[in-house]
Structures are given as C-alpha cells and as structure tokens.
Design a protein around this ligand. Structure first.
Ligand SMILES: [Zn+2]
Ligand SMILES: [Zn+2]
Length: 327
C-alpha cells in the first residue's frame, strides 16, 4: 500500500510505500476510493491536538470498498462500499459508552489521529465503526459527508430547532449544513472572513438568506449560531448575534484563545457549548437522511500524492466546499 505519512509534527506528509496490512479480528481492510480533507487534519499536522502519535496517516472522511475481512466480522461483505469516520474505536465499557455518549469515550481511537486513516490506498478499520453506504452518489461526493457532514449534523442537532441559524466559517461543513438547514425550513445566515465575497456568494447559492463578514451583524437576531472556523474571536461575535436564550455551538476540535468579553453577552440565558466527535447513531441518522435531502457537495479533487497541496489550499481558503484526495 501507499500512503501520505506524517512522520513529524509540522509536516510535510511524505509519500511512502508500506507493507500491505491484514485485518485482525473484528477489523476490515478498506481499499480507499476517496478521502476528504478536514480542518482537523491541519490541526493534526500542525501538532495542535493533545496526544499526537507520529508517524500517522491522516484522513478521516474515507469512502472505499472492503477488500479483506477479519475474523468475527458480521454483516459486511467483500466489495461493499463503506464510509469510515473520525470515531475509529470506543471502549464500550466507560460511563460515556454505556450512556449513549460514546463520542466522549474515555479510551477512544480516532481515525487519522490516533489510528491510521485514509490518506492512503488502503486502511484497516474496526468493522463496527464503518458505515455501509448505498451505491448512490460518487465516492468523491460522499467523502465530505463523513466528517464535515456528520459533525455538522451533530452540531445542528445540538443547536436546537430554532428557525434562524447562523453559520460562522463557510467551508466544507457549513456548505453541507446549509443545505440540511434549508431543507428543514430554517433561515441560514452565513458569516465568512470579512471581504470574502466569493464565499458569501457561494453561501447564497446554497440557500443562505443573508451572507456577510463575521464582523457584521445579521439583519435580525438569531436563535442559534454554529462556529466552524477555528477562531476564538468569533465566540463573542456570535454571542452578540443570538437572541435571549439563544445558543452558540463551537463545532471545531481546536480554536485559538477566546478573548475576554462582557458578561452581558452571555446573560439572559444565552448558552455556549461545544460539540465533540460523533456517535455511530449520528452517522446512521445523518447518512440515512442525506439522500432524501439531496445534498450536493462541492469538491476540489487532488491526487493522493498532492495531499500537502490540498492542506495548504485549505489553510488559506483557496477553494469553496471540500478538498478530496483520490488515490
Ligand atoms: Zn468508552
Ligand atoms: Zn473532520
């Protein structure tokens, strides 16, 4: 197999020939057809997350086909198309696993972070954490659903059912989530980097009724706002836009420091929460709904060997939608 390997924090990823791996008990091997590039991959490469484990193969938005099955795996077959998300393994016994909060498991493994991921031609997966996919939709189009879509979905559920929804950072997650929210009958307000009129036009094309810079106020108070950009300054900015009792959801795994802000931004029962990881139920719910919603992902395709270019382009916001690596 070949892979783009992170040998030291800070990168770059290095094209590597590796010995083929065999699935152990309860594992499958997936021949990767497409793997999305997520902002979390940047945080992994930059060494911004706790517990870095290098060398590691990043990538946790994997679509591929099963080409080997280990002992004890049930309900999956060779050549079946599957999606592999960020949550790669849970202990099954901690208080969180036992209470339907496996996203908070005390002893988890995360794909492309603490176990090898999908910036590769093949990957070994805990079979219980692979989602069977139908044959509808291209591999490349589906890949961003596995994290941008899934974490976006969890964030949307936690944001509550308010009609007026703000999205800060109109990248891979927001471009999927805007379609979900519009389908649900919500009004979407998109906030981009100030002056980024291209992303604002992109947001309006996807159904946002308003789009502006993150330094602007929306025309009406919002019921909830979700922050996808890893920018702590957006927390007080978003709190300013939500009504009394409104909620601000931080959806990223990492954020720059949140500056101090006056208590009156939080006062009147405004809520500030974060979303961490996903549960398998989130995947079942969202991937089941996605075909009904008719989500259309905007993707920029890169050959696997150009993973570093894809990461660099993501860092500076050089494309709309999501980058996808194809072996
Ligand atoms: Zn656990
Ligand atoms: Zn991700």
């Amino acid at each position: 197999m070949q892979a783009m390997v992170l040998n030291r924090l800070g990168g770059p990823l290095v094209w590597s020939d590796l010995a083929d791996r065999q699935p152990g008990p309860n594992q499958i091997r997936v021949k990767v057809a497409a793997c999305g590039v997520c902002r979390t991959d940047l945080h992994v490469v930059d060494g911004e997350l706790a517990h870095p484990a290098v060398p590691i193969i990043p990538g946790h938005e994997i679509v591929g086909r099963i080409d080997a099955i280990g002992a004890g795996v049930e309900g999956l077959r060779l050549q079946q198309r599957v999606g592999v998300p960020w949550l790669g393994h849970t202990c099954g016994t901690c208080q969180y696993c036992r209470s339907h909060h496996e996203n908070l498991c005390d002893d988890p493994l995360f794909t492309g972070y603490t176990r090898d991921g999908g910036f590769a031609t093949a990957t070994i997966v805990d079979a219980r954490f692979a989602f069977p996919l139908s044959e509808t939709g291209s591999d490349e189009a589906l890949a961003p659903l596995l994290c941008a879509g899934l974490i976006g979905w969890r964030s949307l559920v936690i944001a509550g059912d308010g009609k007026r929804l703000g999205l800060y950072g109109f990248g891979a997650a927001a471009h999927i989530l805007a379609q979900v929210a519009v389908w649900q009958g919500r009004a979407v307000f998109a906030f981009t980097r100030p002056g980024d009129t291209t992303s604002q036009a992109f947001a309006r094309n996807l159904g946002a009724i308003w789009a502006g810079g993150s330094d602007e106020m929306p025309p009406e108070a919002l019921d909830a706002a979700i922050i996808f950009a890893p920018v702590g300054d957006l927390v007080p900015a978003a709190l300013k836009t939500v009504r009394k009792g409104g909620r601000v959801v931080c959806a990223g795994i990492h954020m720059s420091d949140i500056p101090g802000f006056p208590y009156n931004l939080l006062w009147e029962e405004r809520q500030l929460v974060s979303v961490a990881n996903l549960t398998r139920q989130d995947g079942i719910d969202f991937l089941g709904l996605a075909p009904q919603i008719g989500i259309i992902t905007t993707t920029r395709r890169y050959p696997l060997r150009q993973a570093n270019e894809a990461l660099a382009d993501l860092r500076v916001g050089r494309f709309e939608g999501a980058a996808v690596l194809v072996p």
